[in-house]
Design a protein around this ligand. Structure first.
Ligand code: GCB
Length: 648
């Protein structure tokens, strides 16, 4: 409502009405929430289906109000023109346009730090066939979305990093169709993640959009795997939508397999005698698998391997291996914002290969499907996670439901990716009873939908544990009484819930800083003491479980130099020193089965406010946002090379 158009007299009447009759106010500024409309179950393997891409240029409109405007849909029609006498104050055309897939932050200056609503709109031509069903599939939209097709609400969705789809068979029409999507990236305390994240909350339709066409009865999802490294039999299931019976045929031409299985209650159970070559980082063998049900057929490329824990080892295809990893965010090289294409995924993961990695941690949320495809092809094992990050409302049952829904979406999409060995339940969550119970349930839930992978969670080494370490080892060392071994017991009960524990530890970066500030110590001396003693640190995990270091690292601005003994924070030399000391610490562990230092590439973060140095970038990358290698890159590369040569 533009008050500038109202004379003083009418303004008085307007405010009188507004405050006296709340319903009048409500009709002007609608605050009614759109009812939730659930999405359909995920259709697996979108790239293997008959689909029309809806990527490209979409019209957009920023809605910066903190309430919601009424009646936008009414004006969403194409080329809406105000009729004589009609007051129109909203329009989804003739203004901003945004590329899909893409975050809005890097496309429009006004949206760089924006947390709020943007409307998207485009038209699409559909040649509707009666024998077909239609689904809109979204790689991801961050965070809340309302999907409208020809003016009707088709679905609502929350969660910014997982794929979802809605059936629109009844809403779509032959000819032109209007698609309008309201996206809101505002995060709340009962969301996953919450408002606090050490990464930029990129908003928008950040991944591919497809209009998928399937026969009336079709293959919705499937899972194929081997259960033991020695027997090799391929087992699994195929879920059919729109039919209870019939039969599914599986073909794997390279193995001369063609076998049919009956469908009962929409499910076919597979058991195929076969001896596929096993997928591994050194032999990322993928087989072309064709599935057919009636008129529907779908082709995938699937690798077969097993993963399990035995004593203090992780076994891949029955053989122990050390996970030489690196963490990464889903941010493209070249300061382009969110990565959304296969080429961008490949570009990122090739740096991991160059580091001699066999493993990546895709932090801190589910990455796009191109990343997983590329990992399968390049032979990189994967830690996959949902953004259960820092402090959630762990005692809120709705938050539990959201976590399960995100897990379900992630697993439904990625369960055939050989590269994924870990489903990670959470990152650095503060210990409490409610939170332990939350993870107990989430762990059970994950196991109930996929028991062919391991669960893990990144535990924080912090708070009381750091105080204890300081009291027992660090302060005495500062006074010249350094102990020979710094033994650290992890007490977090979450370590016992998951299959493999993981620890985020920042020796050589944060801890001496906290402690020096708290105890008013000379920061350089405190840091030097920590660096001199890091190699003595030894972690002990409950029940002697195998564990990984899911984070470790130090920040550096490329080109900033300082002699090693200067301990100049943010210099490349300091980052090198911290990595060298970390490598000594790594070598001192028992039961350590892998590491994913933090992080491959510098990434944008609203929490990094040291101007002139950080400028909203977390600088712990081993490469810059443009892909230039920092000196520490070569230190890790060499360490991994020595492990690789020894066959570890
Ligand atoms: C952490 C968090 C990660 C941060 C990182 C850092 O422990 O898990 O999200 O970005 O530390 O750089 O401080």
């Amino acid at each position: 409502m533009k008050l500038t158009f109202l004379s003083v007299k009418y303004r008085f009447v307007y405010f009188f009405l507004l405050f006296t009759f709340p319903s009048f106010a409500q009709s002007l500024f609608d605050v009614q929430a759109v009812p939730e409309k659930p999405c359909a179950p995920i259709l697996a393997n979108i790239d293997g289906r008959h689909a029309q891409t809806l990527n490209g240029t979409w019209n957009a409109m920023i809605e910066p109000t903190i309430f919601s405007l009424n009646d936008i849909m009414h004006f969403a029609e194409s080329n809406y023109q105000a009729r004589p006498g009609e007051l129109v104050e909203v329009n989804l055309e003739n203004g901003l346009t945004l590329q899909v897939p893409g975050d809005w932050n890097t496309q429009e200056e006004r949206l760089f730090f924006y947390n709020g609503k943007v409307w998207y709109k485009r038209e699409t031509y559909v040649q509707k066939e009666e024998a077909k069903r239609y689904f809109l599939h979204f790689g991801a939209i961050n965070y809340r979305s309302e999907i409208y097709v020809n003016g009707q609400l088709a679905a609502t969705h929350t969660g910014g990093y997982t794929s979802f789809n809605c059936e629109i068979t009844d809403l779509v029409q032959d000819g032109d169709n209007l698609l309008v999507i309201k996206v809101d990236n505002t995060l709340k305390s009962d969301d996953i993640p919450t408002t606090r994240t050490d990464w930029l909350n990129y908003g928008g339709i950040t991944r591919d959009v497809n209009l998928v066409e399937v026969p009336k009865a079709f293959i919705e999802n499937y899972k194929l795997n081997i259960t033991s490294p020695s027997s090799g039999n391929i087992v699994g299931r195929v879920k059919v939508n729109g039919a209870e019976g019939g039969q599914v045929t599986v073909r794997i031409p390279e193995l001369s397999i063609e076998q049919s299985f009956p469908v009962q209650d929409g499910l076919a159970a597979l058991d195929i005698e076969a001896k596929p070559e096993q997928w591994s980082p050194t032999n990322p063998k993928l087989y072309t698998v064709e599935l057919q049900f009636g008129d529907d057929s779908i082709t995938d490329k699937i690798g077969f391997r097993t993963v399990e824990v035995k004593d203090r080892d992780i076994l891949l295809n029955g053989q122990p291996l050390f996970l030489r990893g690196i963490s990464l965010h889903e941010e493209a090289i070249g300061a382009k914002g969110r990565a959304s294409s296969y080429a961008e995924a490949l570009e990122l993961l090739k740096y991991a290969k160059e580091l001699n990695c066999n493993y990546v941690r895709l932090a801190h949320y589910t990455h796009n499907h191109h990343m997983l495809r590329a990992a399968d092809e390049l032979g990189l094992l994967v830690w996959a996670e949902i953004p259960v990050y820092w402090n959630l409302e762990f005692d809120n049952p709705e938050v539990m439901d959201k976590a399960k829904a995100r897990m379900n979406e992630m697993i439904s999409r990625d369960q055939n990716r050989a590269s994924i060995v870990f489903w990670s339940l959470g990152n650095e969550t503060p210990v409490s009873e409610a939170r332990t119970e939350f993870f107990r349930q989430l762990n059970q839930y994950v196991k109930s939908i996929d028991d062919t992978r391991l669960t893990t969670a990144a535990l924080v080494f912090g708070g009381e544990e750091i105080q204890e370490m300081a009291k027992m080892y660090f302060f005495p060392a500062m006074q010249g009484n350094a102990a020979d071994s710094w033994d650290i017991e992890i007490k977090d009960p979450l370590a016992s819930i998951v299959d493999v524990a993981a620890i985020n530890q920042y020796f050589g970066w944060y801890y001496s800083g906290f402690l020096a500030t708290a105890a008013k110590l000379d920061p350089k001396l405190a840091r030097q003491t920590m660096l001199d003693n890091m190699h003595k640190v030894k972690f002990h995990i409950p029940n002697d479980k195998p564990f990984t270091f899911s984070e470790l690292g130090a920040g550096a601005k490329r080109g900033l130099t300082g002699a090693e003994d200067e301990l100049k924070i943010f210099s490349e030399e300091y980052q090198v020193l911290a990595y060298k000391k970390q490598i000594e610490l790594i070598r001192n562990q028992e039961g350590l089965v892998g590491v994913t230092p933090w992080i491959l590439k510098d990434f944008r973060s609203p929490m990094r406010l040291y101007q002139g140095i950080q400028d909203y970038w977390n600088l712990k990358g081993l490469i810059t946002d443009n892909g230039e290698r920092k000196k520490a890159f070569f230190v890790l590369q060499e360490f991994y090379w020595t492990l690789r040569k020894r066959g570890e």
